[in-house]
Write a protein that binds this ligand. Structure first.
Ligand code: PLP
Length: 386
């Protein structure tokens, strides 16, 4: 495919919205029950199937409005509150930092590993104090944290791990899908995620009593029986036992998510193929680092490269002139005004990576020709700057 005469518009993210999602939306609207209902139940069941949750694990899925809400509620369920600290990679989404603040607690910033850009478990241990109430383990783009090591450290100190698996829905760690590694896991289904509900999130949590509490917390604390709402009706008598928020998922959003999940295998395979193609074609460019991994166990969310800091801005401009958008995930947390005074470890890798990281377009069903065009345009930039 020759794009050179007519540069395409290639965004970083492109949701796969097809006829199935549109019909599911229309159907859910025609149902007339717009709030939390039967589609939310279906969505929770389908997520549990992807995560291969079995009765033995006593793990359950609770759907909420966003990934941010899922993190906020998980931290509250752990009892995180004023004066507490939560260890999180500085190289993380602002949603995590804000959820920590929303509990009245403070983030403590830990470094990442250069090979995976995931949390550096070795440094975690040196940051734990009696104020530490949670460790956030966030899987980044195409890599999975060293969850066994983190679970071992957390267990030794009696601190729960919150697995932020917003990037790794449908991926596997040592043969088990994400959602099975810790007592709390969250997924995001926002507009740019591998599977979208437009906006949505879930918490995978252990124990029926925790599920009951979470189901109330997502409904501004109302102890409405979830089963009644899953039948598209509501109770008029309920109690309020604890703090809650308007964080439930709506039927319309769940209906879109259900339609997306039916295509999970094809979505996962197409993203794996695109990432594999990226890593092969970009490995020839000596000025950049193009990560490679066993994409067989990963449902990739984003593909990133590391480029020299002096080239990043110029390369982005060149790619834009070719119709290719790129992104930067992320500016590290400790550099934001609000978090300047938070405790932190040595963040050398975070500093190194955040000056170099560049997210390339990755879409479900993206053609390998598009990957070739993007890789070729990157190569063209470095050839010209020799
Ligand atoms: C790692 C990570 N955690 C949490 C979130 C928040 O999810 P949401 O956008 O659904 O609130 C995101 C969103 O991009 C994310 O990338």
């Amino acid at each position: 495919m020759n794009f050179s005469t007519n540069p395409p518009k290639i965004p970083v993210f492109k949701p796969l919205i097809e006829e199935a999602e549109i019909s599911a939306s229309v159907e859910s609207l025609k149902l007339g029950w717009l709030g939390m209902g039967s589609y939310v139940k279906q969505f929770e069941e389908q997520v549990a199937t992807v995560c291969e949750l079995d009765a033995l694990s006593d793990r359950h899925v609770v759907a909420v409005s966003t990934g941010h809400a899922a993190i906020h509620l998980s931290l509250l369920m752990m009892g995180v509150g004023p004066g507490d600290e939560v260890i999180t990679p500085s190289f993380n989404n602002a949603a995590d930092f804000q959820a920590i603040l929303a509990c009245g607690a403070e983030p403590v910033f830990v470094d990442i590993r250069k090979d995976t850009l995931c949390i550096d478990a070795t440094q975690v241990e040196s940051l734990i104090t009696e104020r530490t109430k949670c460790i956030i383990a966030m899987d980044y783009d195409i890599f999975i944290c060293d969850h066994d090591r983190l679970a071992e450290i957390a267990k030794r100190h009696g601190i729960p791990v919150l697995h932020d698996a917003a990037h790794s829905f449908g991926s596997y760690y040592k043969g088990k899908p994400t959602g099975n590694q810790h007592a709390y896991t969250i997924f995001s289904f926002d507009p740019v995620k591998t599977i979208t509900c437009i906006d949505g999130g879930v918490i995978v949590i252990q124990g029926k009593e925790s599920v009951r509490r979470l189901q109330a917390k997502r409904l501004i604390g109302m102890t409405q029986p979830a089963e009644q709402m899953y039948n598209n009706s509501r109770a008029w008598a309920y109690d309020i036992e604890e703090l809650g928020f308007r964080y439930h998922m709506a039927n319309l959003h769940a209906a879109i998510g259900c339609a997306q999940l039916k295509k999970m295998k094809a979505i996962s395979e197409s993203r794996q193929a695109a990432c594999l193609h990226y890593s092969i074609s970009l490995s020839k460019i000596e000025q950049i680092h193009a990560p490679n991994t066993d994409f067989k166990s990963i449902t990739p969310f984003l593909y990133y490269i590391l480029v020299p800091p002096t080239d990043r801005g110029h390369l982005r401009k060149h790619l834009l002139s070719c119709g290719i958008d790129t992104g930067i995930h992320w500016q590290p947390g400790h550099t934001f005004t609000l978090f300047q005074n938070c405790r932190k470890g040595n963040l050398d890798v975070t500093e190194y990576v955040s000056q170099r990281v560049l997210s390339l377009p990755l879409h479900s069903m993206m053609s390998l020709e598009t990957v070739d065009y993007i890789s070729g345009s990157i190569s063209e930039y470095f050839e010209a700057s020799k």
